[in-house]
Ligand binder design. Structure first.
Ligand code: GTP
Ligand code: MG
Length: 454
């Protein structure tokens, strides 16, 4: 991609608003260097990528002593001339400096505009740009790892290989089209069909990682489920270490689902407390129970809480079967609650269950969750490319659909033209992930989700 020079130079605060040790203003655009010059009367020339300690002077008054670094394009984040000014992190200083730069002709950057310019200048592709946003938002070691790998181009590389194979393939088909009168078959059908199957398999494999990828990015859905009064909200509060949910001895206390982030080691869970599951005549409670089942369907982990003192074994077993059938690939852990109130006799029907009561430690539960992560293969996904973005998953799905159409066409009597059309469509969908082929409205929707200054 050519190195595009933008008409205007943008500026924004790149560190969080408020007081801090440092506050960084960043500029990008072909006027960036000229624009800062009046504020640095002491500096004759800038050594690229060197830290200059200098006074930032506004209308004859020293506003602050700063560290200024210039990155002349194209060797910068955006590909344009970039300047980073580290001030002392006082809101007054930063606002004054920002206003002075704006008065000098800089424009306030829109959300994600720096990264958008980097994309336009070919510094990173669209999936990498999205990963920058994910990296900033990452809340756990695993989410961070995932975003970092994507930012470094893990998805881009995998897609590039796929696209190249597909381009070669499409070229063969189109070559055949050119010689259609002579009835020549350049492409060996069986070999082509094998290649198509391989490509479909590859895409399917990537799509299968979406559930895990999304869970790592947004938190792994962990649902507390069970009969009313089983002790779900009590456990939620203990896990979060705060009185988040209302607890009473009245069955049916929780109506709406309650969702909070729960951190465990490298991972973040979306911990979800639900309404007790049973047959109810109460309209509000019924709606709550319906919502519980929706959350159960999305769950990756379910803690099935049972108070063995008040629940018949057959009822609890029946409920567990329903849970298993609704959440087919979720890990279900059985937890017998209120263990401080009963003797071990109650536990004999549930040899695998975890017993918890008032005052019992959380270590066993945490160990079980960690073990579940290992069993699900979620604790070790080091090398694999993971799809964590719904936009990418949709594009892969559409590409797969087009490939499958081409496949059926190739096996049947469909004309080469239609097959070639389907292949081109698949290529387009794959290209939209990295932004090689992309519509403007999509771009603005991607970048508008960024914060200002990124
Ligand atoms: N002794 C004892 N009581 C408990 C324990 N866990 C919960 N309880 C009590 O059991 C009752 C119900 O607890 P909740 O946490 O509200 O139960 P729930 O499953 O959220 O109930 P619903 O929201 O109605 O479905 C409350 O009175 C709690 O104090 C426990 O480990 N030991
Ligand atoms: Mg509750």
């Amino acid at each position: 991609m050519p190195y595009l020079r933008s008409v205007n130079t943008i500026v924004a605060l790149s560190t969080p608003p408020g007081s801090g040790a440092l506050g960084i203003l960043r500029l990008s655009g072909d006027q960036a260097l000229t624009l800062i010059q009046p504020f640095f009367p002491g500096i004759q020339s800038w050594t690229p990528r060197h830290a200059h300690f200098a006074r930032f002077v506004v209308e004859g008054n020293v506003l602050d002593e700063v560290v200024a670094i210039t990155f002349p394009g194209p060797n910068s984040y955006t590909g344009e001339d970039v300047v980073e000014l580290s001030f002392h992190g006082s809101p007054f200083i930063l606002e004054s400096a920002l206003n002075a730069l704006l008065a000098q002709g800089a424009q306030l950057a829109k959300a994600g505009e720096f990264t958008q310019r980097a994309f336009f200048n070919g510094k990173l592709d669209l999936s990498q740009a999205e990963a920058v946003g994910d990296l900033i938002a990452s809340e756990s070691a695993s989410a961070h790892r995932l975003a970092f790998r994507q930012m470094k181009g893990s998805i881009s590389k995998r897609l590039q290989a796929l696209r190249q194979q597909l381009i070669d393939f499409a070229a063969l088909i189109e070559l055949e089209l050119d010689f259609v009168e002579e009835d020549v078959e350049f492409a060996q059908r069986p070999a082509l069909l094998t290649l198509l199957s391989e490509l479909e398999g590859e895409i399917q494999k990537m799509l299968q990682t979406f559930k895990l990828g999304r869970a790592i990015k947004d938190g792994i859905p962990l649902v507390l489920a069970g009969a009313p009064n089983a002790g779900k909200s009590t456990l939620l509060n203990r896990m979060l270490n705060e009185d988040r949910a209302i607890v009473t001895d009245i069955p049916g206390t929780t109506r709406d689902t309650i969702e909070e982030k729960f951190k465990l080691g490298d991972h973040v869970f979306r911990l979800i407390d639900t309404a007790g599951l049973h047959e109810s005549d109460d309209t509000v409670e019924r709606l709550g129970i319906q919502k519980s089942w929706e959350k159960i369907q999305e769950a990756q982990f379910i803690l099935h809480l049972i108070d063995p003192q008040t629940t018949a074994v057959s009822d609890a077993q029946g409920l567990q079967e329903s849970l298993r059938s609704k959440a087919t690939d979720a890990h279900i852990l059985t937890v017998l609650t209120k263990a401080d109130q009963w003797t071990s006799d109650y536990g004999k029907h549930w040899p695998e269950a975890l017993c918890m009561g008032e005052g019992s430690s959380m270590d066993d539960l945490e160990a079980r969750l960690n073990q579940g992560m290992v069993e699900a293969g979620w604790a070790s996904h080091s090398e694999e490319v993971l799809i964590a973005n719904a936009r990418h998953a949709e594009a892969l799905q559409a590409a797969l659909h087009a490939l499958m159409k081409a496949h059926t066409g190739l096996e049947g009597a469909t004309s080469g033209e239609l097959v070639a059309y389907d292949l081109r469509e698949a290529l387009q969908h794959l290209g939209s992930i990295t932004g090689e082929i992309v519509a403007d409205d999509l771009l603005s929707s991607v970048f508008s989700r960024f914060c200002i200054g990124k």
